[in-house]
Design a protein. Structure first.
Length: 124
């Protein structure tokens, strides 16, 4: 059986439900490992001021401290779930994208992106 990695960051938790439903038809074909990217820096809901204070860091693709666990496994495919902030990837997800562990895991693998966004952020 093939191995599938599903890694995601969801500030509200809504993306977990979306991505679980997305991969549901593949349960018969793949051993699926879910990895949630966590950050203690960005709580939901954010205040109006907190929301706009992260704008510069988001656009500049700055990173933050995150927690995640990736199994040392040879995956056949990778699914990455994220939500955009200010038409860019969120700071926690961008931090994940910059991690050496992820870069090693996805090297030469097919990757599918699943984005959870409101209508105003679809252009990202």
């Amino acid at each position: 059986m093939k191995n599938l990695l599903v890694a995601y960051y969801s500030q509200t938790g809504q993306l977990k439900e979306i991505i679980t439903n997305f991969v549901n038809p593949w349960k018969e074909l793949y051993n699926i490992d879910f990895t949630e990217i966590k950050s203690d820096e960005f709580h939901f809901p954010m205040t109006y001021k907190q929301f706009f204070e992260v704008f510069p860091e988001t656009v500049l693709k700055q990173s933050c401290k995150i927690n995640f666990e990736l199994k040392e496994k040879d995956y056949d495919a990778i699914i990455l779930g994220f939500q955009p902030w200010f038409l860019h990837t969120s700071i926690p997800f961008n931090s994940f994208l910059q991690s050496d562990k992820l870069k090693k895991t996805i090297e030469n693998k097919p990757v599918i992106l699943v984005m959870d966004s409101r209508n105003s952020w679809r252009n990202s």
